[in-house]
Structure formats: C-alpha cells, structure tokens
Design a protein around this ligand. Structure first.
Ligand SMILES: [Zn+2]
Length: 422
C-alpha cells in the first residue's frame, strides 16, 4: 500500500497473516506453491524470532472455473481438488497453515457482511445479484495505484450495474451452468470471489490484522476489492500487503520431463521437495522467478552440496555467525542472501549453523545417530548391494526397518533416517 518497507511491531507481535489460496478445480499449478511456501517460511521465521505468528490460507471452492470444469458435479470436483491441494502442499514438508477456511463453509458470514454493506449504502441488490458501489468508496484504486474514476473492472459487464466499475458480491444462480447454490435475502445464488477473502480474514482475525499476501496478479481487482469491501465499513483490514512475484516459464528449451511439469505434484515427483524449496529460496519473494530445467538443476546441485557437507562431517573452520542469517531474513525476508550464508557455513563445515538455518525452511537434516547394531546392518547391506546380492540387501533393509530406521539410497551413498511412525 505504501510502496515501501514497513517495520513490524516488536516480538511477540502478534503477526497475523492471510495469504490467498487456490481455486480448486484441478491439481494446483506449481506457481501456486510460491505464496504457500512463502507464508509457511515467514511463519517459521517469525516464530523462531519470538513472534506469535498465525497463518490463514483460504480455499476457493465456489468459482466459475469449477462450474466450467465439472458441469453437474462441481461440488465433487472441488472436494477432490481440495484434497489434492492438501496432499501436494503437505508433501512439501513445511507443515500446514493454522486455518484453511473454505468458501462453502463461510456463506452465512458472507451473507451478513453483504447485508452490512447494503445497509451502509456501499452495495445494492439488483435482479438477484448484489454489487459493490465503487463510487461510495473514495479510496478505491489506492492499492493498485489507479485513479478511482479510471478503473476498469475486468468482470463481465452487466446491465444491472449502476456503474461499470461496480463488482459483484453475490451472483444469482444460473441453473443451466451452476449446480450449487445457497439461499440468501436476494434469492438463490452464490458469493463472488472477492467478498470471500474479506469475510474469511475478518472471521478469523477480526477487523484488523498485520499481513495480507498473495500473488502479484491478485493486486487488481481481487485485493483492491477486498480493501474496498472492508474499509468502507470502517475496518482497518490488512496493515501490510506483501505480494509475491510470479513464476515464469522461460523461453529456454526444456527437456520433455521439465517441459511437462506444471503442477506441484509433478514438480515434487520429478525433482523432490528439497530441490523445489531450494529453487524458491534462490529468488527474492517480491521478484519473478524462472522455472526451468537450468534453475532446477542448479537447485538440485545446491541441495546435494548441503547433504555432502553434512555427511562428510569435516572439522569446522571459522565463518560468519547466526546474525548474518538473521540480518538477511529480517531485511525484507531476503532468502537469496540467507541462502548465500548457508553456503558459507557449508563451505566452512559449520554444520550446526547450517542445519539450524536449513531447518527454518523445512530442510534440516536428521542428525540423530542410529544405534551401532543398525549401523552394522547398514554396512552389511552396502556390501551385499555392492556384490549385487539383492535378496540379502532387501532382507537387511527389512531388518533395519524393523529396528526403527529407513535406508535411503541417495546421491551421496546410503543414509539412515528414523522411522516417523515409531
Ligand atoms: Zn483472496
């Protein structure tokens, strides 16, 4: 909103964050991973810095895209795609937002918010729809830097609007294309997209909270409209806006495999979660980032280099302290600079600092040493594998598993990680 950096209140805050989530009608695009990851990394860093940080990430499960993608079965598709999103983002290994509200579960609150807008003259009902009256809110355009009289609303024109700039808060049901609806004082229908986020954010946090995030493509109209809806009722709404840069698919030639990777699921399956996370660390969150064979290969190499340093376990040499890492993240959450500090620690074999830093981003290594007999079994297994005695090697793997450890054959040899279910 201010086009400048804003100081956070001192710890413990709170820092309450609302990051716009996906519209669920297919497996989520890898570009959707960026705001998800940024929100969880910020929460992780703020908590490590002594803040009470909380993250809300909404699920838009009422939308034209869902009706279009599954005529006659939109609710089933939305439920399935929500499950996909939770599975795929869960596999990033960063934990989950504190709240994941769904539009379908927020309709009564949305209806009452719209009623308040109508009662205060900021909205009007027309033919079963309800529109926000942009002329009633003089601050309109402030977030996206547009003059209020020159704004063009991208949504489809409607003869029911008083003014072309007005946008829908409630849409009357179209029985031929929309197979879900809710009852309201204006008849059967469903909420618009923008009102959902004003309502869900305020439902959980109250009329004011610290940070609102989302992709740069959401500034207008989505976030501009959220601001108008909430502030016209006198609610302060988000104090700080933090828009992440977009993921770019660069012109460079991609191999068949990378060229086909467009979803979070495919990216994790193809490259592994660690490589995806290192890739995102390498770009400043506010700037665009290039998703390509080259940048992912580089991220994979960086991840391997961290693993090698950890498992080689050489004697440490002097290096910069924790403050350098802290300074990088406390200044506009500069992850590329933090990544450079991680590499300095890697090169100096400062493994405690390295692992502590990596853990902030969900990349920490499990350094618990397995018991001696398990290490012995792992050695025997390596010998069996080297001699291509795969039956024996499998038997030993099972034996190790029974004792609570998993053998992972990776690029830096086999490692032992503790079973999570024991
Ligand atoms: Zn939103």
């Amino acid at each position: 909103m201010t086009r400048s950096l804003v100081e956070l209140p001192p710890p413990p805050g709170p820092v309450r964050m609302y990051f716009c989530g996906p519209t669920v009608y297919a497996r989520a695009h890898i570009g959707n991973a960026r705001p998800f990851i940024l929100g969880l990394w910020l929460r992780s860093w703020l908590r490590a810095s002594g803040y009470e940080a909380e993250l809300v990430h909404n699920i838009t499960d009422i939308n034209d895209k869902i009706y279009d993608a599954a005529p006659g079965a939109s609710a089933e598709l939305a439920a399935r795609a929500t499950q996909w999103y939770l599975e795929d983002t869960g596999d990033l290994g960063l934990g989950m937002p504190d709240h994941l509200p769904k539009a379908t579960e927020s309709v009564p609150q949305i209806v009452s918010f719209i009623e308040q807008l109508i009662d205060s003259g900021h909205a009007y009902a027309a033919g079963g729809d309800v529109y926000f009256r942009v002329a009633s809110y003089p601050g309109y355009g402030g977030l996206s830097g547009q003059r209020p009289d020159q704004v063009e609303q991208p949504e489809e024109p409607s003869a029911l609007k008083e003014d072309a700039r007005d946008f829908a808060l409630w849409k009357a049901n179209k029985p031929e294309t929309e197979d879900t609806w809710w009852d309201s004082p204006w008849g059967r229908g469903r909420p618009g997209w923008h009102i959902e986020c004003s309502v869900m954010a305020e439902d959980i946090f109250g009329p004011s909270f610290e940070i609102h995030g989302g992709g740069l493509d959401l500034v207008f109209p989505h976030h501009e409209n959220e601001v108008a809806q909430s502030r016209s009722l006198g609610h302060p709404f988000a104090e700080i806006w933090a828009h992440n840069g977009m993921l770019r698919f660069t012109g460079e030639k991609m191999s068949k495999s990378t060229g086909n990777v467009t979803t979070i699921r495919e990216a994790i399956d193809e490259w592994g979660r660690e490589t995806i996370l290192v890739f995102f660390l390498g770009g400043h969150w506010r700037k665009p980032i290039d998703f390509s064979e080259l940048t992912l290969t580089q991220a994979a190499a960086q991840w391997r280099s961290f693993g090698m340093a950890i498992y080689e376990n050489r004697p440490p040499r002097p290096a910069t302290g924790w403050e350098s890492f802290e300074d990088a993240l406390n200044d506009d959450f500069n992850t590329p600079e933090a990544l450079a500090v991680l590499h300095e620690w890697r090169a100096a074999s400062q493994l405690d600092l390295l692992n502590r830093g990596l853990s902030i981003f969900g990349l920490g290594f499990v350094l618990e040493a397995p018991p001696e007999e398990v290490q012995e079994l792992a050695k025997e297994r390596s010998v069996a594998r080297a001699g291509k005695d795969f039956a024996e090697s499998d038997r030993l793997r099972d034996e190790i598993y029974r004792r609570g450890w998993i053998v992972q054959d990776g690029v830096v040899g086999s490692t032992l990680v503790p079973r999570k279910d024991m």
